[in-house]
Every structure is written in structure tokens, then in C-alpha cells.
Design a protein around this ligand. Structure first.
Ligand code: RTP
Length: 155
């Protein structure tokens, strides 16, 4: 689907267990809502080990992989699907650099985190991975395609 001749994309955003534990769920959701993207999926979820391994399979050979899987499965995460023009790259900007010490103030990681291994949120790195990850984390029937009632001032 095109809006103003730009492709509407989907991205998978996940609040990691530290974000949930620290009470940052509302704050993080709010940033994407206020930006003007559309929430199409949302759930609190205890991630099984196999799913964490599948999600991060490209990082399998990294030395930090076991720690990463422990971290992601250490408590509930908030799974979200967001839709909008340019949402994939824009969400990565809102999230900020992987190492929160390098993340700009104003970004989620720049404002709310200090450690790479506790960087509170995930965002898909391409439209293809957005689709792949949404399909991985959500079952059919868990996503809502809805239209804002008001004039769509933000698309
Ligand atoms: P994400 O997938 O979570 O949005 O993160 P990203 O693209 O910014 O970073 P990526 O390189 O894909 O790494 C995924 C997650 O692994 C953890 N990590 N730990 N050296 C380390 O201990 C290390 N490096 C990466 C982080 O939680 C990172 O977000």
C-alpha cells in the first residue's frame, strides 16, 4: 500500500525484560504513538528459549549470544507491531544506537539506558525483517488492521 507515493511498512518493536522491570512500558509505547505510527499488535509475553534463538539466529556465532538469550528470556517482554510510512528506519532512529552510551539524547536508549546488554528495546533493521519478525512473534488473529476515526493528519 502506498501513501503519498511512499510504501507503508511494518516493523517489530519489542520492549526487553529490563524495560518491563523498570516500568518503562508506557513511556516507550508513547514515543511511537506520539510520532504518529499506528499500533497493529501488542502483547505481554514470556518468550521461550527457542523463539529467542530463532529471533536472534544471525547472532548465533557471537560470543555474547548465550547471554543475549538469557537476557531476553529472563522475564516478560512487550511485543509490538507498528505500521507507517518509513516506520522501519524511523523506529531505529527513535530507539538510538545499540550501545546506549553512544545513543543520542532524545532517543529511547539515549535517555533511558546505559548498557548494550540492557538496552531496553528492539527494532527490526529492514522491512523484510519487520515482516519476518512480526510473523515469528504474533499468531494469526493477534494483529488488528484498523483505521483511525479522525482525519489522518499523520499517515
Ligand atoms: P536489536 O536487534 O535488539 O534492536 O539491537 P541492534 O540491532 O541495535 O543490535 P544487534 O547488533 O542486532 O544486537 C542485538 C542485541 O544483542 C545485544 N548485544 N550485546 N557485546 C554485547 O554484549 C552485545 N552486543 C549486542 C544487545 O541487546 C543488542 O540490542
Amino acid at each position: 500500500r502506498l501513501v503519498a507515493s511512499m510504501e507503508v511498512e511494518e516493523t517489530y518493536i519489542m520492549i526487553k525484560p529490563d524495560g518491563v522491570q523498570r516500568g518503562l512500558v508506557g513511556e516507550i509505547i508513547s514515543r511511537f504513538e506520539k510520532k504518529g505510527f499506528k499500533l497493529t499488535g501488542l502483547k505481554l509475553f514470556q518468550c521461550p528459549t527457542e523463539l529467542a534463538q530463532e529471533h536472534y539466529k544471525d547472532l548465533q556465532s557471537k560470543p555474547f549470544f548465550p547471554k543475549l538469550i538469557n537476557y531476553i528470556t529472563s522475564g516478560p517482554v512487550v511485543c509490538m507491531a507498528w505500521e507507517g510510512v518509513g516506520v522501519v528506519a524511523s523506529a531505529r532512529k527513535l530507539i538510538g544506537a545499540t550501545n546506549p552510551l553512544n545513543a543520542e539524547p532524545g532517543t529511547i536508549r539515549g535517555d533511558l539506558a546505559v548498557q548494550t546488554g540492557r538496552n531496553v528495546v528492539h527494532g527490526s533493521d529492514s522491512p523484510e525483517n519487520g515482516k519476518r519478525e512480526i510473523a515469528l512473534w504474533f499468531k494469526e488473529g493477534e494483529l488488528c488492521d484498523w483505521t483511525p476515526v479522525q482525519e489522518p493528519w499523520v499517515k
